[in-house]
Design a protein around this ligand. Structure first.
Ligand code: 2HG
Ligand code: ZN
Length: 469
């Protein structure tokens, strides 16, 4: 069976478009954080029509397909399963088109284009795609996971910046809806079915993205706070004072800071003396130049006014400095924590006002049940998102790691979803890592609707099983 489909794919894509040697296929089989499997081959289509043709060939040969972007996902959704019966469909060669229209302020982009390539192509036009991530994913991967990132507070997620889509369906049909319309109120918003659903209904081949003007100046500060509530008070105060230009409000806890500053590369600590309980990285940005609007002064003024008027005295220090240095710390947390020991990561959201209370509830529950687990929390408090990375030394943990993980996940997710009206996946998607919790928390009528869509688009269940069915 696989021999016949490989022959058919070679006829479609040429010899260079299909990999079957173990040493070539291996690098497509393991997820960045979770999951690894086995594929019998990798197909590398270079045009949208080739993607559709690959899917049609797979349908004819009864072969299951796992689409793969830049493999930066964090929920185990990008690698094949363990059967060895799946074909990996890599989008990495589908990267020729970045069609920019500066008047519409849109770009039509091939799915395999990297975010960094897109931003570099937009810069000469004074434009950017306003989704900022530490990783460098492909555009198609960003669409199917609906990535958020560090500036969601101001610009929103991919869903909010997507105008059109082209998608190859599991039967090999190519559906082109690459409209450049900001207004289009004609019933079902078809493209949104493919956003955040991990490629379960089709493979995104191109996207029409709404662009923004590239800011001409940014002002950045690190604010050291005595506790989480002080961070939230600061957020409320900055929203009132400079909310129009507030583009990031990222928060890092003491333990996440400590590990990152110790393990990170070429980082300069901006803190004087002891690390604070929390640090908030605040950024303002504007298309006005500093001659028209002094953002740095506006930021400093707002911070000083807040610190002086704060009855709780929660602000410990205000550090004004090089934004690049501050962002370098923020973007090295994931890698640094990963080197520290065993890590179980959580990407959750709760209403912003309850972030401090929620985090303390998790901290207390962990201290009681698993005192050897260290809570390194950080994330996008400006939009209610938090990454709770739990770290421990393997020798201290129970031998049955799978059950231990599941107990930790149930503890944190139950608190988040039931106790704080939160979400068990804020921005990384569902993926196998969260399947069991999708079933546990997503209401039955919603799960039924998703299943009906799967039945409609992919009745043979050939495409990505990375979204629960
Ligand atoms: C971030 O905000 C990313 O840095 C990764 O979403 C978070 O390590 C993680 O889980
Ligand atoms: Zn994040």
């Amino acid at each position: 069976m696989t021999g016949a489909v490989v022959t058919a794919l070679r006829a479609l894509l040429g010899d260079g478009g299909v990999l079957t040697e173990r040493h070539d296929v291996a690098r497509y089989e393991t997820g960045w954080r979770y999951g690894s499997g086995r594929a019998f081959a990798v197909a590398l289509p270079a045009t949208p029509q080739q993607v559709a043709d690959v899917l049609r060939a797979c349908a004819e040969h009864g072969v299951r397909v796992q689409p793969l972007g830049a493999n930066t996902g964090l929920v185990g959704a990008s690698n094949p399963d363990a059967t060895g019966e799946q074909l990996v469909l890599s989008l990495e060669r589908l990267n020729a088109t970045i069609d920019v229209d500066p008047i519409d302020a849109v770009a039509v982009v091939d799915a395999g284009v990297l975010l960094s390539q897109l931003q570099a192509a937009l810069e000469p036009h004074g434009l950017w795609f306003p989704i900022d991530l530490g990783a460098d994913p492909q555009i198609g991967g960003m669409v199917v996971t609906n990535t958020g990132g560090t500036r969601l507070l101001r610009y929103g997620d991919v869903r909010r910046n997507l105008l059109g889509i082209e998608v190859a369906l599991p039967d090999g049909t190519l559906v082109e809806r690459l409209q450049r319309l900001r207004k289009n109120n004609t019933g079902l918003d078809f493209k949104q079915l493919f956003v955040g659903t991990s490629g379960a209904y089709g493979v995104v081949t191109r996207a029409t993205l709404q662009l923004g003007p590239l800011p001409r100046q940014r002002a950045t500060a690190f604010v050291a706070a005595g506790d989480g509530q002080a961070v939230l008070d600061l957020l409320a105060s900055l929203t009132r004072a400079v909310g129009d230009v507030l583009t990031a409000f990222e928060v890092i806890s003491h333990d996440a800071l400590e590990i990152t500053l110790r393990r990170g590369h070429n980082l300069r600590t901006p803190f004087r003396g002891e690390l604070p309980a929390y640090a908030a990285l605040v950024e303002l940005a504007s298309t006005f130049g500093p001659e028209r609007l002094d953002l740095q002064a506006a930021l400093e003024e707002a911070l000083v006014a807040h610190a002086e008027g704060d009855p709780r005295g929660g602000i410990v220090d205000v550090l004004i400095g090089d934004g690049e240095d501050f962002w370098a710390i923020r973007h090295q947390i994931t890698e640094s924590v990963r080197e520290e020991g065993r890590v179980l990561a959580f990407d959750v959201a709760v209403p912003r006002a309850r972030l401090a209370e929620f985090t303390e509830a998790v901290r207390a529950a962990l201290a009681q049940a698993y005192p050897f687990v260290r809570l390194c929390d950080y994330g996008h408090w400006g939009d209610g998102g938090s990454h709770l990375n739990l770290v421990w030394d393997r020798s201290a943990a129970p031998a049955d790691e799978a059950s231990f993980w599941s107990a930790l996940q149930t503890l944190v997710y139950d608190l988040c979803v039931h106790g704080f009206d939160g979400s068990f996946s804020a921005e990384h998607g569902v993926g196998p890592h969260n399947h069991a919790f999708y079933r546990r928390y997503v209401p039955a009528p919603v799960q039924r609707a998703a299943r009906a869509l799967k039945e409609h688009f992919d009745p043979q269940r050939r495409l990505s099983h990375r979204y629960p069915d």
